[in-house]
Design a protein around this ligand. Structure first.
Ligand SMILES: Cc1ncc(COP(=O)(O)O)c(C=O)c1O
Length: 384
């Protein structure tokens, strides 16, 4: 029997968190409407300052999407024809599209089964004389193990560009995502941790000189990178989106607490070997759950079971990018068996700041009961 619509537990609720901001948003709209400054004005400058502070970056440059943020950041590191970029196949396709659009080759290494992030111990096997950069993607809001990634980059003279599209608000060893690489790209897509009401993105910069170059690039100025002339483009962010993001940024800590509350309920109900192990095991880690995932070899069955009870879920990334049509442009440097298993086993549960506790309890209990009837648990940790 189809569940009553009042029993439905939706993956996202983009409207409810906007409601308490209504007056501020309408005032902001009115202010911008009468200012006549619709692009790259005071809201953008204020957002850039606030976001740089939040991510412990020297500066931040607003752009029109997370995809543009990646493209512009990679362009600045000299990624271009004949170069290679080491990254994970277990990511949204935009990570790889940016590399390919610049004429470079994405080189994949496998992920770690317990956190679904790039396995730092495999990175050096993928590095060649053509490698220019490494893109760690903090997937679902879980910070990558940055120390060994940065060490490998230092040893080989490579740039690190963090793809933090999903991880605003997450920390690794007490430092925010976005503060580790030379550059980091962020998305404000409406389902992300910190949302716009449309498309927008940002590049975090460790070095203020990089921010100055990116501002030229986003406004159609050509710049020289490692001797090569790089064409400018329209990567601009607008005032309205920046205003909306600032309004939500002021509420971010509260919303993060609401997400944490949901994650704590799921953690309590779902066996640890079927989900992200407690982040407290890594000193100074903080996970801002962009997605909350569970994994089981009976993933499709679990999804159907939850749907029958009105619980919406998501499947990521199935297949991972090395099975995507764009794989034609990519190279695998290691076995990608863990990424494939994750693609076949991972299911994401509803998590957002407006999710009622009772809904999280109901969804979590359904998952727990399903998993407890599983004949044999699938090991999710190395050696597990
Ligand atoms: C990992 C990752 N990288 C890049 C992007 C691209 O961001 P946008 O959708 O803002 O272009 C996304 C967005 O979904 C993402 O999840």
């Amino acid at each position: 029997m189809a569940p009553d619509s009042s029993d439905r537990i939706r993956r996202y609720d983009l409207v409810t968190p906007m409601r308490p901001c209504r007056d501020e948003l309408l005032n902001g709209f009115e202010r911008i409407l009468s200012s006549g400054q619709y692009i790259l004005g005071p809201e953008v400058h204020a957002l850039e300052r606030e976001m740089a502070a939040a991510c412990a970056a020297a500066d931040a440059v607003g752009v029109d999407s997370g995809s543009s943020a990646l493209l512009a950041a990679l362009e600045l590191t000299g990624v271009g024809p004949g170069t290679e970029v080491v990254t994970t196949p277990y990511t949204f396709v935009a990570t790889v599209e940016a590399v390919i659009r610049l004429g470079a080759t994405p080189v994949f290494v496998d992920i770690r089964p317990h956190d679904l992030n790039i396995d730092p111990s495999l990175i050096e096997t993928a590095i060649t004389s053509r490698t220019r950069a490494i893109i760690p993607v903090h997937i679902f809001g879980t910070p990558c193990d940055m120390d060994p990634i940065l060490a490998a980059a230092r040893r080989h003279g490579l740039d690190v560009v963090e793809d933090m599209a999903q991880s605003f608000g997450s920390f690794y060893r007490g430092k925010p995502c976005g503060s580790f690489g030379r550059l980091a790209s962020l998305s404000f897509y409406p389902t992300k941790n910190l949302p716009a009401m449309g498309d927008a993105g940002m590049v975090m910069c460790r070095d203020a000189a990089d921010a100055a170059e990116l501002r030229r690039l986003r406004g159609h100025e050509a710049i020289r990178v490692r001797g090569r002339l790089v064409s400018g483009w329209n990567f601009r962010i607008d005032e309205l989106q920046s205003m909306v993001i600032r309004v939500r940024l002021a509420r971010f800590a509260d919303e993060q607490r609401d997400r944490d509350r949901v994650a704590a309920i799921y953690n309590e109900l779902i066996p640890a070997d079927h989900r992200l192990p407690d982040p407290e095991t890594t000193a100074g880690a903080r996970v801002t759950h962009h997605q909350y995932w569970v994994r089981t070899s009976r993933r499709d069955e679990l999804q159907k079971h939850l749907a029958a009870h009105g619980v919406e879920t998501g499947i990521y990334y199935d297949p991972p990018i090395h099975r995507h049509p764009l794989a034609e442009y990519c190279r695998a440097a290691t076995s990608l068996a863990q990424a494939e298993r994750a693609g076949a086993q991972v299911l994401t549960l509803p998590i957002h700041p407006a999710l009622p506790e009772a809904s999280a309890r109901r969804a979590g209990a359904l998952v727990r009961d399903f998993l407890l009837t599983e004949p044999a648990a699938v090991p999710t940790r190395p050696g597990g």
